[in-house]
Ligand binder design. Structure first.
Ligand code: GTP
Ligand code: SPV
Ligand code: MN
Length: 601
């Protein structure tokens, strides 16, 4: 791969770092990525030749590829993700802490010669539109061509970023190796990786070292490692927020448009909400981002958000023409599918794509698959990587360097019981209380057991780079910095409530616009509202159900305040809050006490 973009790099510090890492990792070659289409095509062709990629049928998916990962490298590894702050107390009780010096020593040993026989790619990338005052630059050094082509979709990479960096710009060094050196003459495998994985963050020096995995958030270091874990630390220090949130525009029939952000845990509905096809006539949603939001206080005291990413790394299973037609359109061309199933005619398939599966497939492990064989055809955390600009409802302002103004923030998660369909916080502090107490059932997005209910405050449990108690305090402080008249209002939703028969009570997806409508009406002032002990909720007729048939009694159950459930919840929150010790802001203890007394406890 020659020539490369090294010649346009005027940044002596970066050149020195790359040289140093090349000496450590001993790659066979070093390639500076320019980010061009030509380079992308060559890398994809190389991945096809290596057996990592299978080209899809160009009629069905022009520029489409399927990648199958190693069966043990399919999701983020939270138990191997470390925050290496100098003081263990700064990582807090929700993170895995390791000593920075010791961890560097271990990693240096692991990285020694780790890239033998491979190419070291230098990938300068911008999180956020290049030139936006809110954008930040990272440089990923990686021996994974798969990571490079994914980064090219998910971020803005190459020469324009080097130009922006000039001779002395700041960047976050992101070192990545799949940890599979090749001896001379040794044949490669389609998905190199290492059974030993280390996803390490050094918040004090703002650096990332990732070893052993080629998958998703473990390997695309701009995403969770930089844009959330390291960025959350930068944001704390600089007075902004780095959040696991979608950003959407909601237009009412009168033409008025507002922007909302929503934090749901991994695989809990951000992508689907961000580009929903409205079930209500006259209402429409446009997508600014589906996974990460960087939020700043603008000069006028308003909260504004940018999407630091440029693509979607979305959950494939469940994506269908009925659940999310806009995502299906976005992934028609130029998309990398990872761990989905392949049809005999070069198309892709996953559970839920069509009501009935095709009669024959090659499953995500490369084996023949027939319906009823007892194995899933697609890995439950199979994903697509697609350029955001291909989304048919991408918002016209999605790359606005100043971001979009946020009028409401929604928290949520998968809760089978207790938590109602929608609820508004009584105040900013109450909203921070709601965000801090979010809980959700675990999903396939991370290794470990699934369907286990755990606290996932602000959907940031796996992504906050510092002490969660300090993070709550930072949210409270941000509220004080916003103009009270322009401050976003805070809501809590739950699409995942189940009835006695074990089925979802709420249809979800495009029907979620009905709840967004109530939220917008709340902002504008209306009377479909009742005050309850847990917050402000819709009246029985508050949610617009035109054209919708719900099971009998479903709406009552969705909008009920389950007193017994909330009493259990109080105890569980008290125990949870206890884990933060004196770093739990006093206001949150007060909110818990106030809820207790409103519930008559
Ligand atoms: P990450 O990319 O992991 O951060 O996830 P995400 O929050 O963007 O989740 P996504 O929208 O991809 O949804 C994950 C799963 O939840 C998919 O299988 C969806 O089909 C399902 N899902 C999304 N929205 C709804 C909903 O409103 N109701 C129900 N029942 N399921 C939903
Ligand atoms: C998530 O797990 O929240 C994701 C996918 O968005 S990953 O990039 O793997 O983190
Ligand atoms: Mn995510």
């Amino acid at each position: 791969m020659k020539p490369d973009a090294r010649h346009v790099c005027r940044h002596a510090h970066l050149v020195t770092w790359v040289d140093e890492i090349a000496r450590l990792c001993r790659p066979a070659a070093v390639h500076w990525c320019d980010g061009s289409d030509d380079e992308y095509q060559r890398l994809c062709a190389q991945l096809v030749a290596a057996g990592t990629f299978t080209a899809l049928d160009p009629q069905r998916h022009p520029g489409g590829f399927l990648a199958r990962s190693h069966p043990a490298d399919v999701a983020r590894v939270e138990d191997r993700t470390f925050i290496c702050s100098p003081d263990p107390a700064d990582a807090g009780p929700t993170n895995h802490w390791r000593d920075p010096a010791e961890t560097k020593a271990t990693l240096t040993r692991l990285f020694t010669g780790a890239m033998s026989g491979r190419t070291l790619y230098v990938v300068p990338f911008s999180m956020g539109p290049i030139g936006s005052p809110y954008a930040r630059i990272g440089v990923q050094l990686t021996d994974s061509a798969y990571a490079v082509v994914n980064l090219r979709i998910m971020t803005r990479i190459g020469s324009p970023v080097l130009d922006r960096l000039a001779s002395d710009g700041a960047y976050v060094p992101c070192l990545h190796s799949v940890g599979a050196p090749l001896a001379p003459g040794q044949a490669d495998v389609p998905w190199p990786c290492n059974p030993e994985k280390w996803i390490c963050h050094f918040p004090a020096e703002r650096a990332i070292w990732s070893f052993g995995s080629g998958y998703g958030g473990n390997a695309l270091l701009g995403k969770k490692c930089f844009a959330l874990r390291i960025a959350s630390v930068i944001a704390r220090d600089e007075g902004w927020l780095a959040e696991h949130m979608l950003i959407l525009g909601l237009t009412a029939p009168n033409g008025r448009k507002r922007y909302l952000a929503a934090a749901f845990p991994s695989a809990c509905g951000k992508t689907n909400l961000a580009m929903l096809q409205s079930a209500l006539p006259g209402w429409s949603v446009t997508c600014v981002g589906d996974d990460i939001a960087w939020l700043h206080v603008a000069e006028d005291g308003r909260l504004r958000a940018i999407n630091p990413e440029a693509g979607f790394f979305g959950v494939a299973p469940g994506t269908s023409a009925t659940s999310n037609p806009h995502a299906l359109a976005a992934i028609q061309a130029n998309t990398i599918f990872t761990n989905v199933a392949l049809t005999p005619d070069g198309d892709v398939w996953w559970e839920g794509k069509t009501p009935t599966p095709p009669p024959r497939l090659i499953d995500w492990t490369g084996q023949d698959w027939t319906p009823g064989c007892g194995r899933p055809a697609a890995q439950p955390n199979s994903r697509y990587t697609a350029p955001a600009r291909q989304c048919p409802v991408i918002d016209p302002a999605w790359e606005d360097p100043d971001g979009v103004p946020i009028d409401a923030i929604i928290f949520g998660g998968r809760r089978l019981g207790t938590v109602p369909l929608v609820n508004e916080a009584r105040s900013w502090a109450h909203g921070v209380f709601l965000g801090s107490t979010c809980a959700s059932e675990t999903t396939a997005a991370a290794g470990g057991a699934q369907g286990v209910l755990r606290r996932d405050p602000f959907a940031m449990l796996p992504f906050c780079g510092y002490h969660m108690g300090d993070y709550f305090a930072h949210w409270l402080a941000m509220g004080r910095r916003l103009d009270p008249a322009k401050r976003p209002r805070l809501f809590y939703v739950n699409w995942f409530r189940k009835g006695a028969d074990g089925r979802f009570l709420w249809p979800g997806f495009g029907d979620n616009v009905r709840v967004l409508k109530w939220i917008l009406e709340q902002l504008d002032g209306h009377d479909h509202i009742r005050t309850t002990p847990i917050g402000l909720m819709p009246t029985a007729d508050g949610i617009d159900v035109q054209g919708l048939t719900l099971a009998r009694g479903a709406m009552d159950e969705l909008l009920a305040v389950d007193a017994a459930g909330w009493r259990r919840e109080l105890e569980s929150i008290a125990t949870y809050y206890g884990t933060f010790g004196e770093r739990l802001p006093a206001e949150l203890g007060d909110e818990l006490a106030a809820l207790r007394s409103r519930l008559g406890e």
